[in-house]
Design a protein around this ligand. Sequence first.
Ligand code: HEC
Ligand code: HEC
Length: 335
Amino acid sequence: MKRKNSLLIVGLALGFIAFSCNQKIQSTLPVADSVAAKNKVWVTPDTSTIPHDAFGEMVRYGRDLLLNTSYYIGPDGTKGHYLGNKMNCTNCHLDAGTRAFGFNFFSTHARYPQYRGRENKVLDLAQRINNCVERPHNGTPLPLDSKEIVAMICYMKWLSGNVPVGQHVKGDEMPELEYPDRAADPQQGAVLFKKYCVECHGANGEGKMRPDSVCYLFPPLWGPFAYQKGSSPSRVLKLARFIKANMPDKKTSWQKPLLTDEQCIDIASFVNSDALNPRPVKKDASHPDYPNEAFKAIDYDKGPYVDTFSEHQHKYGPYKPIIQYHKDHNLPVIF
Ligand code: HEC
Ligand code: HEC
């Protein structure tokens, strides 16, 4: 009886709260719930679960390397001078590769070795890590059996521990984009850059060094210390997808992007415009990228192509006709 009464009181109180609340809150609740369910992304294990043994030691060192890459293997690194710039892996692989839609390593270890179009061969994870050392970091590859490479692989294995071999998990890819029917507009991108990016990345895309000069507070986007031409982020769509979920830092999120898809594409086309914003080029030109042209990414800006579209259109769009052409001719559509 007592229980019934208190239930009644709770019920009345809830009714009163519901009644006194804004109608809108009530009607959006179920939608919010379903959005939350739909948005459920993979969660990486907590660092407190890294084992206290020899493997765990390497996992910890690997994580530390991703967070403090320049300190260890940067131009003035304490463990070797491999990187050509002072960016840390975590500048792009956000939160040491644990952030949904932030170029994370949720499932990476479970998906290597794999075929890579750019090299037209199967690469293992050590070789793939060196790709990033050579390209975005403009550096020289680490020895494949170095403690640093093994440590980074241990960390990635620990991160992907529960992912079935060969599988993707939710949030490990980048957000989709709606492609506009027009070409990307670098001039418009420049205007947006001033508004949304310049305060941190600087008017010349130079970023801002940390006071101790070991790495960046805000990493560079172009210029001699930024990622190379031909690296993944130098592609307009790849970069636009990163911006959509992650930039401007702390003011946006993949759940609620601040910028529209069109704005992200315009900004990316400005940042990656070679005419406006030069960046380092590949050092060893003896091996052309994508020797099998069918596996070239749609937004890769250097021909030849298997289709009939120009380098300019591949870089800036409109992308829809290229995608349609690939579909019509049974060619891979790669991003
Ligand atoms: C300037 C940005 C940038 C920096 C710095 C960078 N990477 Fe990358 N990395 C990328 C992009 C972009 C990709 C492609 C991701 C995609 O296609 O979704 C990538 C892909 C990878 C992959 C393959 C992931 C997968 O699941 O297939 C690995 C492994 C990797 N990077 C390791 C590293 C390591 C280790 C470092 C530091 C030594 C590093 N990267 C630094 C941008 C960067
Ligand atoms: C409030 C400061 C801030 C603003 C504004 C901002 N960023 Fe960033 N950006 C960062 C920080 C900090 C990182 C590195 C993240 C990390 O290490 O966790 C970063 C990383 C990046 C990277 C990857 C690393 C690199 O240098 O290549 C790109 C690309 C990028 N930002 C683009 C943009 C663009 C485009 C805008 C505008 C739409 C923007 N950012 C606005 C702070 C900012």
